[in-house]
Design a protein around this ligand. Structure first.
Ligand SMILES: [Zn+2]
Length: 404
């Protein structure tokens, strides 16, 4: 219990509790930290005269202790403290809660030429925002009922809401491009350049009409959101992965609800000559009204094309997805020896594990046919009648063999 702790010793702990942050050690005990939070940051008196650097004659300014909001309103930087000993600035909350070693937490920031930009960048950094949150929360706990700096908390909340809104829009753009099978990236990742790709072009278009995206791009261009613009290719890939896992999880729900399923498999080399095993799962979906659905579950990289290896890949994939193989009622693939072989083929191995999973050869599989376009490495699951339609279209377009 904090209340049960003895009072701080004025002799042994006087140094860490000094009003000058330069006297405080980098590592603080919880007790010292709590006491410093209780005391709060020391303010610089209004008429205080800052000492000048001998080298360039520059000095700290009172204006650094205030930030100007977009509305033009001035707001005190309550977290900024000054060290007379080092003639430098420290961040009160980062010095207490951050593990990062930066100027504002170690020796102090005394680069007066770039102080304004540095402070703006620091106060927008996620690490600083987390430290402010930790500081304010501890302060609330200590004061238990006393009012806290509501404006600062409101700003933090507004920042959280803003980022959520930006990410919602970026996710929607990735989803929209993925649905149309369009590439996201271009030759550059610079905004407002001609070849920056579909993703950034959609972002730019949205910013023309949407105030949140417009504000975000303004921040990125001003450099205030430079490190966290969320427009780079790593974020795009992460969003694609998250969307993919969400879609797979929804498909798995559909399969589990249907309970019984069949598997359609085929191997094809891609453009880099790597053998890829594609997996399609076919179910009678009960999500809306009962109807047959085929779900493409992705490509698996086949290091070997032996029946044993392919069987183990399929079973591992089903296990990863949490789909029990004992509910499988059919499997269908081409007539390769490794697939349909009666002794060592995938069909024999799967039948041994689950005799109820009937094997349907691809040739007899009249309702659905998996067409692999090996040159492009893409796969379409289309109906048998779809193939007929394509053949008809091909021949009907021929000048030599038009429809009669
Ligand atoms: Zn800070």
């Amino acid at each position: 219990m904090p209340g049960a702790e003895p009072p701080l010793s004025p002799t042994a702990e006087d140094e860490p509790l000094s009003t000058d942050p330069a006297n405080r050690p980098s590592h603080l005990t919880d007790r010292i930290r709590t006491e410093l939070v209780r005391r709060g940051p020391c303010k610089v008196p209004p008429g205080f005269v800052f000492s000048r650097n001998e080298s360039d004659g520059r000095s700290c300014h009172h204006q650094y202790f205030r930030k100007i909001l977009v509305s033009g309103e001035k707001m005190a930087r309550s977290w900024l403290i000054y060290s007379v000993k080092n003639n430098s600035l420290f961040c009160f909350c980062c010095k207490l809660f951050s593990k990062r070693n930066i100027n504002l937490t170690s020796a102090g920031m005394a680069n007066w030429k770039h102080a304004s930009d540095y402070l703006t960048s620091h106060e927008n950094s996620p690490e600083h925002l987390n430290c402010i949150k930790a500081w304010k929360e501890q302060s609330v706990r200590l004061k238990s009922g006393e009012t806290i700096d509501k404006l600062e908390m409101a700003l933090l909340e507004a920042e959280r809401v803003r980022w959520r809104a930006v990410l919602t829009r970026l996710t929607a753009i990735v989803q929209s491009l993925a649905l149309r099978n369009l590439a996201l990236r271009g030759h550059t990742e610079t905004l407002f350049t001609p070849s920056n790709g579909n993703f950034l072009k959609e972002v730019e278009l949205m910013a023309r009409f949407d105030p949140i995206m417009k504000d975000h791009l303004n921040r990125v261009e001003r450099g205030t959101a430079n490190q966290n613009s969320y427009l780079g290719h790593h974020v795009q890939n992460e969003l694609i992965d998250l969307l993919s896992s969400k879609i797979i999880s929804s498909i798995v729900d559909d399969i589990k609800q249907a309970k019984f399923f069949s598997v359609i498999l085929d191997c094809t080399p891609d453009i880099s000559h790597t053998e890829k095993l594609l997996v399609v799962i076919r179910v009678v979906s009960l999500m809306e009204k009962p109807h047959i659905r085929e779900h493409f579950m992705g490509f698996l990289e086949a290091e070997e094309s032996t029946g044993q290896h392919l069987e183990s890949m399929i079973l591992t994939r089903l296990e990863e997805l949490g789909i029990p193989f004992e509910d499988c009622r059919g499997h269908s693939y081409d007539n390769g020896a490794n697939m349909k072989g009666k002794n060592k083929g995938v069909q024999a191995r799967l039948l041994e594990k689950n005799p109820r999973a009937l094997f349907v050869p691809c040739g007899a599989h009249t309702l659905n046919l998996v067409v692999c376009d090996a040159a492009k490495g893409s796969v379409d699951a289309i109906s048998y009648f779809g193939v007929l339609q394509k053949l008809y279209t091909l021949f009907s377009a021929s000048t030599q063999r038009g429809p009669y």
